[in-house]
Design a protein around this ligand. Structure first.
Ligand code: AGP
Length: 614
């Protein structure tokens, strides 16, 4: 989704902060970029379709370098194709204001007609330009930028993270407003910043204020005033960011995705180890959250998530039902919101989201709350909207995940789901101390097994297999039980970064139709672990092999490896924990295939890291 950055500095020279801020949020996915500054009372705008480098080329004349206030934007097109004129920032016809916007103004066409009838000429096809024109007209009344923004926002329907600059009576002004997509502000002694992503401000400070829906903030060097929609000052908590600028560096890796795949052993340790209590055979979650009292009131769990996070949620279903004996439903958040869900009393909605800003998951969790559910969240970003709206939060400590294809966040979510399932089973007495101790010890011991999977010999073996399969005409990823969602996740990884067709399927379902697709051009990746369905997966592999399919067995089930012929051996662990290990070879397999195919691995086409619009 769009990235927004803004800065005002007493000593001028904001351009570099704007460009660096846009560079750091590039990972969110975009198709154009632009900046606007005020210098000597004049608004100067530069914007270009394509990568940030295209924008930097038109900034080489240095004309914007000394400006003391400015805004920047990376656009992920929703209304109007990617082009220079549809890029942000947008200006009003009289050039009094420039704005950047993330979100959608749903009544923009009606407003566009009204303004056109008033003689305003639009230069873009975007909904966002309507806001620039509205503010521009308000400013001709001589009112302040903040009041012009408020008046204009009263006329639009929809949601926004908005930044605006204008030359006021007392000099250049920088104002922002939020309803829906994330927006935060931060100040230092001689500057103030706004950003859609905390990574945009961590080079300047580790203290930020996450704006709430309806907030309008006025930024001045060294100070920020936050008001509600009516203009009344409001107090907002100053949060400490536990990420550092170094966390976002590539550090010599060829791609963020490969770096983040290799961070997984440390991520597992940071997410799980401090919470494992082997002495008591239980899990300690900070702040006394997920207490016995709270969890004993949970009669059912409703998982809500999207994409990779949904796959983690599907694994959570197997874990919570298997270990805590609590029934679990799983819905795509985008489906849950509109299917008229029926929730029973005592339902706990479990929202799983790396970014904590996914619009569909936020909307689904809000609906579940309206329907009487309590809301728990497994999130990776402190201060994210999902985290702040949940009643109970289990934070993963994966650090910033820059690669669009989620890897370390996924295994961290699964580890968090193991912790939650154990906690629930101990709270309601359905999981014995002994069983809990075995699981938690198994979770603790995964780190060395993960490191083995990331070792040079294993990586080279997977890279060689990637070479063999990089030209397959299609893939099936098959799994059963707790490894069925791993099959879905493996297929998604391959699709996302290599653009090859891949389907994840319940292994037992192949004979009900999809097996018709099997031929020598198809590669079937089976994921298996010793357990009660292992032999069934092995016979599923036999079924596809006997029809000419090429099979690759991933996991720790020897029988499957023998039948498949090609395999990636995974160290054995408790079946419940096997998804965390089995996923890693699939991540590497997809990475190497995408690399062989010359794909843009960290910024795949059409994708955004955090989908903050519906
Ligand atoms: C994962 O590789 C994808 N980039 C995507 O499916 C992602 O998992 C999904 O958009 C959910 O994002 P979230 O975890 O931030 O809510």
């Amino acid at each position: 989704m769009c990235g927004i950055i803004g800065a005002i500095r007493s000593d001028g020279g904001v351009l570099n902060a704007l460009i660096e801020g846009l560079r750091v949020v590039e990972y969110r996915g975009y198709d154009s970029a632009g900046v606007a500054v005020i210098d000597g009372g004049q608004i100067l705008v530069r914007k270009k379709q394509g990568r940030l480098e295209n924008l930097e080329k038109v900034l080489e004349d240095g004309a914007l370098e000394q400006a003391p206030v400015g805004i920047g934007h990376t656009r992920w097109a929703t209304h109007g194709e990617p082009s220079d004129r549809n890029s942000h920032p947008h200006q009003g016809a009289a050039g009094r204001v420039a704005i950047v916007h993330n979100g959608i103004f749903e009544n923009y066409l009606e407003l566009r007609e009204q303004l056109t009838a008033q003689g305003i000429t639009f230069v873009s096809e975007t909904d966002s330009e309507v806001m620039a024109q509205l503010i521009d007209l308000e400013l001709q009344e001589g009112i302040s930028l903040e009041n012009a923004v408020r008046r204009s926002l009263r006329r639009v329907e929809g949601y926004y993270a908005l930044g605006a600059i204008a030359e006021g009576p007392d000099g250049a002004e920088l104002v922002c407003a939020r309803k829906g997509p994330p927006l935060l502000v931060a100040s230092t002694p001689d500057a103030a910043y706004l950003a859609s992503d905390v990574l945009g401000v961590i080079p300047h400070t580790d203290r930020v204020v996450y704006l709430e829906d309806g907030d309008v903030a006025i930024l001045k060097p060294g100070s920020i005033q936050v008001t509600d929609f009516e203009g009344h000052p409001v107090q907002r908590e100053v949060a400490k960011v536990d990420w550092t600028p170094g966390d976002t560096g590539l550090g010599g890796w060829p791609h963020y995705m490969l770096k983040e795949i290799h961070e997984q052993p440390d991520v597992l340790a940071r997410t799980a180890l401090d919470r494992i209590d082997l002495e008591r055979g239980d899990v300690n979650i900070e702040g006394g959250q997920f207490s016995d009292e709270f969890l004993q009131g949970v009669s059912r769990v409703q998982v809500l998530a999207c994409g990779t996070a949904l796959h983690a949620g599907m694994i959570a279903k197997y874990l919570i039902e298997g270990l805590a004996k609590v029934p679990v439903d799983v819905d795509y958040a985008s489906e849950f919101r509109y299917r008229g869900p029926i929730l029973v009393p005592g339902t706990m909605a479990l929202a799983i989201s790396q970014s904590g800003e996914t619009a569909d998951t936020l909307g689904a969790a809000r609906l579940a709350k309206e329907l009487g559910a309590s809301v728990a969240a497994i999130c990776n970003v402190t201060g994210s909207t999902q985290m702040r709206e949940a009643d109970q939060v289990l934070l993963t400590h994966a650090g910033p995940e820059i690669g669009v294809a989620s890897t370390k966040a996924f295994t961290a979510q699964v580890a968090a789901a193991v912790l939650l399932a154990v906690r629930m089973g101990r709270a309601n007495g359905n999981l014995s101390v002994q069983e809990a101790k075995e699981l938690l010890a198994g979770l603790r011991d995964l780190r060395t097994k993960m490191e083995h999977l990331l070792s040079e010999p294993v990586r080279e073996h997977i890279r060689a297999l990637a070479k063999v399969h990089a030209r397959a005409k299609g893939f099936f990823f098959l799994g059963r039980g707790v490894n069925f969602p791993v099959a879905l996740e493996g297929a998604l990884k391959l699709k996302e970064i290599s653009y090859m067709h891949a389907e994840g399927y319940a292994a037992g379902e192949m004979k009900h139709g999809p097996i018709a697709l099997i031929d020598p051009g198809m590669t079937i990746v089976s994921i298996n672990a010793p357990g009660h369905v292992a032999d069934k997966v092995r016979s599923n592999i036999e079924q596809v092999k006997s029809r000419g399919g090429v099979a690759l067995s991933v996991g720790s089930h020897e029988g499957s490896h023998k039948i498949a012929g090609q395999c990636i051996e995974v160290p054995e662990t408790i079946e419940w924990l096997s998804p965390i290990l089995n996923t890693i070879p699939l991540q590497l397999f997809s990475y190497y295939i995408a690399d062989l195919r010359g794909c843009d691995i960290d910024k795949p086409r059409n994708l955004a890291k955090s989908v903050t619009v519906e």
